[in-house]
Design a protein around this ligand. Structure first.
Ligand SMILES: Nc1nc2c(ncn2[C@@H]2O[C@H](COP(=O)(O)OP(=O)(O)OP(=O)(O)O)[C@@H](O)[C@H]2O)c(=O)[nH]1
Length: 335
C-alpha cells in the first residue's frame, strides 16, 4: 500500500477509488465511493454515465471483461479544493493488466474528476476518462478503445452474415424440398413427411390415409400440344389439388405425372370422399388452355403393421385398379 498521507482528503479519496476499482476490481466497494448523482464518460464508445445505474453497468462490464488487477501509475496528479465541499482532480495515468493471457498496456489515460463532500465523505460526482487520439504510445500493446470499436464492427458483421446465411439456408432447404415445376413437395420431402406421420401414428394412435394420383393419357397432351403446354397443365393440376385439400394435408409430386396427397387423421371412407372431390373437380375443370384432363386415384388407409412401402404399395395397387377399370375414377381395392 502506497503512503498517501501527503495527499489531501480529496486526493486520498480519489486514490482509494482507483485502488478499489483498478487493483481490487471490487465493484460494490468502488460504487460506494460514487455520488448518487454521478455523471460522466468512460473511454468506451458507449460508456455514457448519466446515473449510478449507468456507472454500475459500465464498471461491471469492464471488470467482467478484465477481471485481473489493473496496475496503474499516475504520471500526473493535480488535486484542488476550491471549497469545503468541492474537490477537483486532474490526472494522467498508465495502466496495465492481463486479459486472457495477454498483456494489456495503455498509456496517458486522462482523467478529470469532481468530488463532493457528502456527510464527511468525499464522493465522485463527476468522472471523465479519455484516451489521446494520436498514435499509440511507446510500449502500448493493447489499445482497448480500438479493440472495442473493432469488436462492435465484428459483432455487426457477424450478425449481418448470420442473418444472410440463415436466409440462404432457408431458401436452400425450401428448394431442396420443393418440386420446381409445380411448387408442391418433392418426392424426397413427401417421403420425409410420411416418415414423420408414421412416428406420430405410434404416439397418437390416429388415422392416416394416402391418395396416389396419376393423370390419364397425359402423354397425349404432350404429343398434341407439346411439352411446354404439358408443363402448364401439370402446374394447373397441382394448383387445383392444392386448392381443394385440407390445410393439414400434404400435396406432393410423386413422379412425372403422378401426385400424392398425405392425409393425416383421415380414414379410408373420408379419404375416398376427398379423392372423389379432387377427381370431379379436375374432370370438370376449365383449363386456361384448350385441353381437358382427368386422373385416376388410388386410396389406402394405414393399417397396424404397415411400413411406408406397404402403404404406398396398396395405394399403387388401388391406382392400378382405377386405371384398369377405365380411368377417371377412385379405387381403394379390394385386394
Ligand atoms: N410436359 C411434361 N410431361 C411429362 C413430365 N413428366 C412426365 N411427363 C410425360 O408424362 C407422360 C406419361 O405417359 P404414360 O406413362 O404413357 O402415361 P399416360 O399417357 O398418362 O397414360 P396412363 O397413365 O396410362 O393413363 C409421358 O409422355 C411423359 O413424357 C413433365 O415434367 N412435363
Amino acid at each position: 500500500m502506497k503512503d498517501n498521507s501527503h495527499l489531501s482528503e480529496v486526493g486520498q479519496a480519489f486514490i482509494r477509488y482507483l485502488d478499489l476499482y483498478f487493483i481490487e476490481r471490487d465493484l460494490e466497494a468502488s460504487l460506494k465511493l460514487l455520488h448518487p448523482a454521478i455523471k460522466g464518460y468512460g473511454t468506451g464508445l458507449d460508456e455514457r454515465i448519466f446515473s449510478l445505474a449507468d456507472a454500475k453497468k459500465v464498471a461491471s462490464r469492464d471488470i467482467e471483461q478484465a477481471p485481473n488487477p489493473v496496475h496503474y501509475e499516475l504520471t500526473q496528479l493535480l488535486v484542488d479544493q476550491p471549497s469545503d465541499h468541492l474537490g477537483l482532480v486532474t490526472c494522467e495515468l498508465n495502466i496495465k493488466t492481463r486479459i486472457l493471457d495477454q498483456e494489456l498496456k495503455l498509456n496517458s489515460i486522462r482523467c478529470s474528476c469532481v468530488l463532493l463532500n457528502k456527510k464527511q465523505n468525499w464522493l465522485l460526482y463527476h468522472l471523465h476518462l479519455s484516451l489521446p487520439t494520436n498514435d499509440h504510445g511507446e510500449g502500448e500493446s493493447y489499445p482497448i478503445k480500438e479493440l472495442e470499436e473493432n469488436n462492435q464492427l465484428l459483432q455487426r458483421l457477424v450478425s449481418e452474415k448470420t442473418q444472410e446465411l440463415n436466409q440462404a439456408l432457408q431458401e436452400i432447404s425450401q428448394l431442396a424440398a420443393t418440386d420446381p415445376l409445380t411448387g408442391l413437395h418433392n418426392r424426397l420431402q413427401i417421403d420425409k413427411i410420411l416418415g414423420q406421420e408414421f412416428l406420430r401414428l405410434d404416439v397418437e394412435k390416429t388415422d392416416l390415409a394416402i391418395i396416389l394420383i396419376d393423370l390419364d393419357y397425359f402423354k397425349d397432351i404432350n404429343d398434341y400440344h407439346g411439352h411446354l403446354i404439358g408443363d402448364q397443365v401439370l402446374q394447373e393440376v397441382a394448383q387445383l389439388f392444392q386448392d381443394h385439400i385440407r390445410p393439414q394435408d400434404f400435396a406432393g409430386r410423386w413422379g412425372g405425372e403422378e401426385f400424392i396427397i398425405i392425409c393425416p387423421q383421415l380414414d379410408q371412407a373420408q379419404a375416398l370422399l376427398l379423392a372423389e372431390k379432387l377427381r370431379s373437380q379436375l374432370a370438370s375443370h376449365l383449363f386456361t388452355l384448350p385441353v381437358s384432363q382427368t386422373a385416376s386415384f388410388g386410396v389406402a388407409q394405414y393399417q397396424p403393421g404397415d411400413t411406408r412401402a406397404s402403404l404406398l404399395q396398396r395405394a399403387d395397387q388401388a391406382l392400378y385398379l382405377a386405371k384398369e377399370a377405365g380411368r377417371n375414377r377412385v379405387s381403394s381395392g379390394p385386394f
